[in-house]
Ligand binder design. Sequence first.
Ligand code: C5P
Length: 220
Amino acid sequence: SRPHLVAIDGPAGSGKSSVSRAVARRLGFDYLDTGAAYRALAWYVLSKKIDPADAPTVIAALGGFDYSIGIEPDRYYVQVGDTVVTDLIREPEVSAAVSAVAHIPEVRSYLTKLFRTIAAGSPRTGVVIEGRDITTVVAPEAEVRILLTASEEARMVRRSAEISTQSAETVAEQLRSRDRADSQVVEFMSAADGVITVDSTHLDFDQTIDAVIDVINTRR
Ligand code: C5P
């Protein structure tokens, strides 16, 4: 039978990825990080010396984009061809290029199909899918749909704690500019109809996981 779907959207720094993965682990579900695919494509495009804003060339490159991801929460990895890019896709150059590739409609429809195929193929009872447009576009039919938010200030603080190599101002500026660019493509700052908001501004990591699990338990 079809796996249960839990869709989680939210902006950068909301804790979305780590929370989604921890929730999946607790439920015995798989975990699909869709941002990682956009990042992997951005990495691939940069590795081919393609301008990420050159839509026709990026679209032409999709055919050679050999992408795989580990969806078991404890065996998470991201790979392009023979290269494991799990850490490389978190580099600032990739973060700076990712919104440009994510703007291209053909890229979005290509990856959306891929996400649906990966989720449908999950051998577990359920999948937590996390991104920007999961509750609205990728899996609007999901049994549970959550928008994980946090104040801009809380998100900046969390991101700078993660990235120790850059100043807090640099991290904040990069995050703001990515939010701005992303919000032109998908609406992820406010909850769509039927989507439940979990605000993690005043919650620590474990409390956020509990809040998400609570929503899932009342919805299932
Ligand atoms: O979640 P993360 O910050 O890793 O996502 C990286 C980028 O991928 C986002 O900034 C956005 O441009 C793009 N993205 C998207 N739709 C998704 C997930 C990510 O456009 N569902």
